[in-house]
Design a protein around this ligand. Structure first.
Ligand code: ASP
Length: 350
């Protein structure tokens, strides 16, 4: 791999469009292995870092990503944590925001960069966005500040010239190169001729804390999206889950719901059964303020917990990790109101 003094980066190749090629018979995109990937990208040899690659076998479309795959990625990072200065996870875009969010909670006290990236066009296409995304991700993963510390010791998504906190991102475009947005937190860096880092926005772990992985994930979570005409029988069936842990209620505006007595009663009953209900707005910008309108206040009074300005991807994965840790609904509720990895805007935290 060359010069030993260069930063060492581990690329974890999971699959996604970046490493796909068109099947001539069907026209559909299919995965190929990392060796073929190298052929399409000789520029990798000139990257300013040494890198090794560990690849999923077979690589997968990220729509097939499951919590057990997040565990594989997190384990790979933890097992190689000391040997490498940073990590780049190559991943499909469809569920990239879920994986980045999950990793941000699974890798507690992370002090090295984990940059998740991919592309909208395969690496073999002339106009691919994959080359820039990968090369700049490697550069960011290898970057150090004046004190020699990693510049971005966080789980991030790098896409289309912007570095975003992973647990703040959402996929917003099926075909634009600007496929991801971070609505409620500014970009951590912008890549142009130079890469401009916003050090004031980047989280730094408290010194001396050990990386603590969280591998247990509890998936007994249901998402209910409100819409005008929502029926009680439909909702009842949705919530009929053995051992249900949490319900994410996707509400209107600042966290409002129709004033339906059956709905409020159902939510109250869930709380009594020890099921945590989290109120998340269907709006992408801004967060939940349940006491602004009567339609929100009724939820607060029924024991519903506010989801702040969190993304759905972040809320799902945070709940899975916290319930996986063995906390009960009351303990999880307390932690949902705190920023664990910069995922919600609460006073005094970034
Ligand atoms: N279906 C692909 C995936 O998520 C899409 C992409 O990578 O852009 O793996």
């Amino acid at each position: 791999m060359g010069n030993a003094s260069k930063p060492r980066i581990l690329i974890v190749y999971t699959g996604g469009t970046i490493g796909m090629i068109e099947n001539p018979a069907t026209g559909a995109l299919e995965n190929f292995d990392f060796e073929s990937f190298r052929r399409y990208m000789p520029e990798l040899q000139q990257a300013g870092c040494d890198f090794d690659v560990l690849a999923f076998d077979p690589p997968i479309d990220s729509s097939d990503m499951e919590p057990r795959h997040w565990v594989s990625i997190a384990r790979t990072i933890c097992e190689h944590y000391e040997q490498f200065d940073g990590f780049v996870v190559l991943h499909g875009t469809d569920t990239m925001a879920y994986t980045a969010s999950a990793l941000s909670f699974m890798l507690e006290n992370l002090s090295k960069p984990v940059i998740v990236t991919g592309s909208q066009l395969p690496i073999g296409k002339l106009r691919t966005d994959g080359k820039e995304n990968l090369l700049t991700s490697l550069e960011i993963a290898a970057a150090r500040d004046e004190a020699g510390r990693p510049r971005v010791p966080e789980v991030c998504i790098y896409f289309d010239s912007r570095l975003m906190r992973g647990n703040r991102t959402t996929k917003v475009s099926t075909d634009g190169f600007d496929a991801f947005s971070s609505y409620n937190y500014p970009s951590l860096a912008r890549a142009g001729v130079d890469i401009h880092y916003r050090s004031d926005l980047i989280r730094r772990p408290a010194p001396g804390l050990q990386l603590t992985p969280h591998y247990a994930l509890d998936t007994r979570i249901v998402i209910v999206t409100l819409f005008p005409g929502l029926r009680a029988d439909y909702m009842r069936r949705l919530l009929d889950v053995e051992g249900l842990r949490a319900v994410i209620l996707q509400t209107y505006g600042a966290g409002n719901a129709p004033q339906l007595p059956w709905l409020v009663e159902m939510l109250r009953e869930l709380g009594q059964r020890g099921v945590l209900v989290v109120n998340l707005s269907q709006c992408k910008h801004g967060g939940v303020v349940m006491d602004r309108y009567e339609t929100g206040l009724q939820l607060l009074q029924a024991g519903v917990s506010g989801g702040y300005d969190s993304t759905i991807e972040c809320t799902v994965t945070k709940l899975m990790v916290l319930f996986g840790d063995g906390y009960d609904a009351r303990q999880v509720r307390q932690r949902m109101c705190c920023s664990l990895a910069g995922e919600i805007s609460v006073a005094g935290e970034n």
